[in-house]
Design a protein around this ligand. Structure first.
Ligand code: DAH
Length: 339
């Protein structure tokens, strides 16, 4: 028996396996219930008492060495397989945070959606625009205060180029190259020379709508406004139109909706009036049609423009305009479910 143990001991260091299956075969050969070491243990029972001490020690040495060798080989395979020593397959994966849409994008998309259902298509124009499209083609008089440096950002080297102050410039761009009838919705960023505060910003967002065809009347405008208000703020929403003035529409109006917070009874949000203002609109001034190459005797149209920040404030009561451009993820995450 001692020879057998000595022989196996001599072999141990040379034990090697090319892959995990071979290693498992070795484990079975040496360490399983019917393996070499178990067999030796069985033989050990019938060894005479005086040999038990020496043989027992040798047998234990053999068992430990075989176990160690097999463990070493096992570890080698594990590190070869993964290329790293501390792989923990039970660890949970890193959570991947989903982004959220910006509240202004959510509301802008909703506005576009509503007008799309009425047959309007998207139109676009540049943010850096010439004086013609922002002012002249929209019937602004030469001395209109909006052309003043105090309200408008001018490009220094090019006094004729401005950052557009409203999306109405896209009306002019569309009329000059589109076939009639026109039914467009134009979302975009606009700029004004305002000090930044909770209630004003030097850039914000508008959506413009323009409809030009034969026999377009104020009734068409009113119907579109009512439908928009109900879709945007709920079926029970009422609208009212107040006379107003814009250079590019005649007649012009501002639209209020019944305050959706108090249902029109009067609260602090609507300053007790029951109404909140949401947009400007009117019949396209015949001058604007003519300036943009459209026969005003044959065609008429309506237009409207609204601030996306304004509508978003009404829907979500964001108190400070600066929140929209500060990229504070705590604020943005609040709109996760509105996506
Ligand atoms: N451009 C106007 C503004 O920035 C908004 C506006 C009012 C647009 C009436 C229109 C309109 O198309 O008909 O305040």
């Amino acid at each position: 028996m001692i020879e057998k143990i000595q022989k196996l001991l001599a072999e141990v260091e040379a034990i090697t396996a090319a892959n995990a299956e071979e290693l498992e075969a070795l484990r079975i050969k040496y360490l399983s219930k019917k393996g070499e070491i178990s067999n030796l243990m069985n033989d050990f029972r019938s060894v005479p008492a005086e040999q038990k001490k020496e043989l027992g020690m040798k047998l234990n040495e053999l068992k430990t060495k075989v176990q160690e060798r097999i463990n070493t080989l096992k570890e080698q395979f594990a590190s070869q397989d993964t290329g790293c020593d501390d792989l923990d397959l039970t660890r949970t994966a890193y959570p991947v945070g989903l982004g959220t849409r910006h509240p202004l994008s959510i509301v802008r998309n909703e506005i576009i959606d509503i007008f799309s259902r009425m047959g309007f298509t998207l139109a676009d124009g540049p943010e850096v625009e010439d004086d013609w499209h922002v002012f002249s083609a929209m019937n602004f008089a030469e001395d209109h205060p909006a052309r003043d440096m105090q309200d408008t950002f001018f490009i220094e080297a090019h006094p004729d180029i401005v950052l557009r102050t409203h999306t109405s410039s896209v009306q002019a761009r569309t009329m000059e190259h589109s076939e009639l009838p026109i039914r467009v919705i134009c979302p975009g960023r606009v700029y004004r020379n305002e000090a930044i505060s909770a209630r004003a910003h030097c850039f914000f967002h508008q959506v413009e709508a323009l409809y030009v065809d034969e026999n377009v009347s104020f009734t068409d405008l009113k119907q579109a406004l009512l439908l928009f208000a109900k879709e945007m703020f709920g079926e029970d929403t009422k609208i009212r139109l107040r006379p107003s003035y814009f250079p590019f529409t005649e007649p012009s109006a501002e639209m209020d909706i019944s305050c959706h917070l108090c249902g029109g009874v009067g609260c602090s949000f609507c300053k007790g009036t029951g109404w909140v203002e949401i947009l400007g609109c009117g019949m396209v001034d015949p001058n604007v049609l003519e300036l943009n190459g459209i026969d005003s005797k044959k065609y008429s149209g309506w237009a409207l423009g609204m601030g996306v920040e304004r509508i978003t404030n009404l829907k979500y009561q964001v108190k400070d305009l600066r929140m929209f451009s500060e990229n504070d993820t705590r604020f943005l995450k609040e709109f996760e479910s509105a996506n």
